[in-house]
Design a binder for this molecule. Structure first.
Ligand code: SAM
Length: 255
């Protein structure tokens, strides 16, 4: 029986599996980190094509039942707890391919895009469609802290949508496969601690104008916003990452 609390929605649609592998351009030179191999829907195809597949599965029963393959190493454990650095070292060319457990999408992305980033070439991951929209949003209603975090660390793109009927059991939401290519150099110039503090604070008061929501962190928010060329009556979701970076630089300049 699938364990829904572990986000177990197994891919059954072969055309979706083939499309993920094609989008990730898997070839004999590739090393793959798969998160949550489950019953192996993607795993065996990956192992047959790539030189190495490291599959991290939390569910002990599923981990034990995955078939043997000379290119496959199964690690039973929690992707949020495993020692990522020693698992991935010494290589720096891993591709992450996964139908993610949706209940921990954000912490997984957080970990892979910070700790894992130096060793990861790219990620091709299935997420909830609404989360894909938030990851890719730029200055629209869906925009939030997640959009800015992801776009600071990677170039992100939604590749295709996947209907609930492609999974067993079907989830209650639509899904999408997203590609993330980590930036080697951040796309904006700003001290990242300050940048993310401003972003989190701004979105903490999503319905408020920036002049009000930033009052807790900036002594004169109007002056800083104007120095950054941002209308203080705008709301946080209308800003793109470059504008938050300009805001952080202006805040720094004004002490
Ligand atoms: N890859 C399989 C497929 O596409 O059919 C299964 C995908 S299913 C959406 C998510 C998988 O992640 C499940 O096998 C689940 O047991 C596993 N999982 C859940 N939480 C996990 C965690 N913290 N660390 C590693 N795997 C986890």
């Amino acid at each position: 029986m699938p364990r829904r609390r572990l986000g177990q929605h197994f891919l059954k649609d072969r055309s979706v599996i083939a499309r993920i592998l094609a989008e990730a351009g898997i070839g004999p030179q590739d090393r793959i980190l798969e998160i949550g191999p489950g019953r192996g829907a993607l795993t065996l195809d990956l192992a047959r094509t790539a030189q190495q597949v490291l599959a991290v599965e939390l569910d002990r029963d599923l981990a034990e039942r995955l078939p043997d393959h000379p290119h496959l190493k199964v690690v039973q454990g929690d992707i949020l707890q495993v020692d990522l650095e020693s698992l991935l070292a010494p290589h720096e060319d891993w591709k992450v391919v996964a139908n993610l457990p949706y209940y921990i999408t954000t912490p997984i992305l957080d970990r892979l895009l910070t700790e894992g980033k130096p060793r990861i070439l790219g990620m091709w991951v299935m997420v909830q469609k609404e989360v894909a929209e938030r990851m890719c949003a730029r200055g629209t209603r869906e925009s939030g802290s997640l959009s800015h975090f992801v776009q600071y660390h990677a170039e992100v793109r939604t590749l295709f949508r996947v209907r609930p009927g492609s999974f067993q059991p079907p989830p209650e939401v639509d899904s999408a496969v997203v590609r993330l290519l980590p930036h080697r150099v951040p796309p904006v110039e700003a001290p990242s601690d300050l940048l993310f503090r401003l972003i989190r604070t701004a979105f903490g008061g999503r319905r408020k104008t920036l002049r009000r929501s930033l009052a807790g962190v900036l002594s004169d928010p109007v002056a800083v916003l104007e120095a950054a060329g941002i209308d203080p009556t705008r709301r946080p979701e209308t800003l793109v990452l470059e504008e938050f970076a300009a805001l952080a630089r202006a805040a720094l300049a004004q002490g």
